[in-house]
Design a protein. Structure first.
Length: 213
């Protein structure tokens, strides 16, 4: 016969009561306590959160008057009333630019119904000596892109890059430049900037944010 000391008996009884309580404790009560804890510790996020680097306060996007790959002239005011995602790239880029082209294609596919209506995508060339309208036209066509690709003579482009505080330096066929992309709202204000190559989900989140606010 196994003998249990009084102290061990009290501990064993307490353990049994805890197990029974855990099994039969009403689920409604558990949920209520959990909900109360979450409400107290996790305030809701504001609706206007941007994933990219928000520009505070927003500033007017620099003016420009450039040539699209179609041959038509385009200025920043042509995008008034629409959300504009504006990047800088060049067609012969061997590394980062193709990644950004891929991001734009993903945005184009995800938000196809709004492209050209509420949203515009655009690039400004950082290699105008190579990126003629004819070359840009072939490039956009080969990628089946639904975006603007803007260029001009080098002196004009240098002024545009300076206006955007963009570093551009060409050595041979390679152009070193700031990997800058800007999100510009319907009033022509630069609202968010991206340095580097964020995933398309970041761009899509912030574009949707502007559209809904």
């Amino acid at each position: 016969m196994i003998r249990i000391s009084p102290k061990a008996g009290v501990l064993l009884t307490g353990l049994i009561l805890l197990i029974v309580g855990a099994i039969y404790w009403p689920k409604e009560t558990q949920t209520s306590v959990l909900d109360t804890y979450l409400e107290a510790t996790a305030p809701p996020l504001p609706d206007n959160i941007f994933v990219g680097d928000e520009i505070i306060p927003p500033v007017p996007a620099p003016e420009f008057d450039l040539i699209n790959y179609t041959g038509e002239r385009v200025s920043i005011s042509d995008f008034s009333g629409k959300v504009l995602l504006l990047g800088f790239a060049y067609t012969s880029c061997p590394d980062t630019c193709p990644v950004l082209f891929g991001r734009y294609l993903a945005i184009q596919n995800e938000m196809s119904a709004a492209i050209g209506e509420d949203i515009e995508l655009a690039f400004i060339s950082v290699d105008p000596e190579v990126d003629t309208p004819e070359r840009l036209s072939a490039h956009v066509g080969a990628m089946n892109g639904s975006w603007y690709y803007l260029t001009e003579d080098l002196p004009v482009m240098q002024e545009v890059w300076d206006a955007f505080n963009l570093y551009v330096e060409k050595e041979g066929a390679i152009v070193s430049h700031t990997n800058l992309t800007l999100l510009i709202d319907q009033q022509g204000l630069a609202r968010v900037q991206y340095i580097g190559l964020p995933p398309e989900s970041v761009f899509i989140n912030d574009i949707q944010n502007l559209l809904s606010n």
